[in-house]
Design a protein around this ligand. Structure first.
Ligand code: PLP
Length: 377
């Protein structure tokens, strides 16, 4: 038995996406920059995909720049704000993904202010407003949903504050694009980011949405691809796969949400019944929490540091913190950022529309066996 509950790290590709990409791989090998028929056909695949994605998120095609994924898109949003828009101060949080966090820490040509968070990782809006009152050209960079604890940003309020104080707004939507129906107009951000492998698309492809009101320049220099906004021969198959994955994800999204939220609530309830003293990191109220992520804080037990390994031996794949840091000895910066008790064993279970109740039941049984079998140390 092998159960995959690590969908916030990456997701299996949808069969329809593989089919679409295979078709493009077979039929469209031309370089989209070539002016002959092979090139024009390849270019056509990209522009059809761009128009499809733009329609799905209510953007204009010219507002999308294809990138190598979420990391590059996040890096580029910050680079554009600082290098093109004259931003001298960034307001962010200590629990952003490293694709944002590492771009703003250390010695930078701009100031950084970190907004206060609640112990569930929710942004303190009063503090945000206080910070925004300072007279400086500002970028607010706050993620839509945290990838480790699932806490959602109050987007409407943050976007309204950014407008009130004339700050630019970037939101890392890597964990929410393809999981909610995102409409860039109502979202009200200047920059949004997307990564296809988080919603059953391929790895190594994503995009940056940049509001058409902004004039920005490329971060990656080279050819004139992406209307001069990103050098490098385009990942045509990836782009076609991304468009297909987003289309599938948006189709019947309400049903997907209901299904996955049902599984998450079931797992949460069952863990609460079966494991004494179990707690959950982040918001757990459905309206405030990403429905695909459940971060569990278990009571201490003998061999608690082996939790993920023991689950893996039982065929259960989940993670402790984000995949990028799970091997690092420093532990999760997110859990530290919300002052969580990091001495207690923790696991992040993350679900997808392919997850079944039978799988959750299997995992519950194994978790109970591992956590309760050994005396509390
Ligand atoms: N931002 C968040 C919130 C993520 O969860 C991830 C992936 O783990 C990224 C950015 C990076 O995306 P990618 O893997 O496409 O570079």
């Amino acid at each position: 038995m092998k159960i995959y509950l690590d969908n916030a790290a990456t997701t299996p590709m949808a069969p329809e996406v593989i089919e679409e990409m295979t078709k493009v791989m077979k039929n469209n090998f031309g370089n989209p920059s070539s002016t002959h028929a092979f090139g024009r056909e390849a270019k056509g695949v990209i522009e059809v995909a761009r128009r499809k994605i733009a329609k799905l998120i209510n953007a204009e095609p010219k507002e999308l720049i294809f990138t190598s994924g979420g990391t590059e898109a996040d890096n580029m949003a910050i680079s554009c704000a600082v290098n093109d828009l004259g931003v001298t101060r960034v307001i962010s949080s200590p629990i952003e993904h490293h694709a944002v966090g590492h771009c703003i820490e250390g010695d930078q040509p701009f100031e950084v202010d970190y907004v206060r968070l609640s112990d569930t990782g929710a942004v303190d809006l009063e503090h945000l407003e206080e910070l925004l009152k300072k007279d400086a050209k500002t970028l607010v960079s706050l993620m839509h949903a945290n990838n480790e604890i699932g806490t959602l940003l109050e987007v409407d309020k943050v976007s309204a504050l950014c407008k009130k104080y004339k700050a630019y707004f970037h939101s890392d939507t890597v964990q929410t694009m393809g999981h909610y129906k995102i409409d860039v107009q109502s979202f009200g951000a200047d920059f949004l980011t997307c990564s296809a492998h988080k919603f059953h698309g391929p790895k190594g492809i994503g995009f940056l949405y940049v509001s058409k009101e902004l004039k920005v320049s490329p971060m990656i220099q080279g050819g004139a691809q992406e209307r001069g906004m990103r050098g490098g021969t385009e990942n045509i198959t990836g782009i076609a796969g991304l468009a297909k994955a987003l289309e599938l994800a948006n189709h019947e999204v309400e049903e997907h949400i209901a299904h996955v939220q049902g599984l998450k609530s079931y797992m949460l309830d069952e863990l609460s019944k079966r494991i004494p003293e179990v707690q959950f990191h982040g918001e757990i109220e459905p309206s405030k929490s990403l429905y695909t992520v459940l971060n569990v804080c278990f009571p201490s037990f003998e061999n608690k540091s082996m939790l993920l390994f023991l689950l893996d031996l039982e065929g259960v794949a989940c993670s402790g913190g984000s995949a990028c840091t799970s091997g690092a000895s420093t532990g999760s910066h997110v859990l530290r950022g919300i002052n969580a008790d990091t001495n207690r064993p923790n696991a992040r279970f993350s679900f997808s529309r392919y997850t079944t109740k039978a799988e959750i039941d299997y995992v519950l049984e194994k978790v109970e066996k591992i956590v309760l079998a050994q005396p509390v140390s």
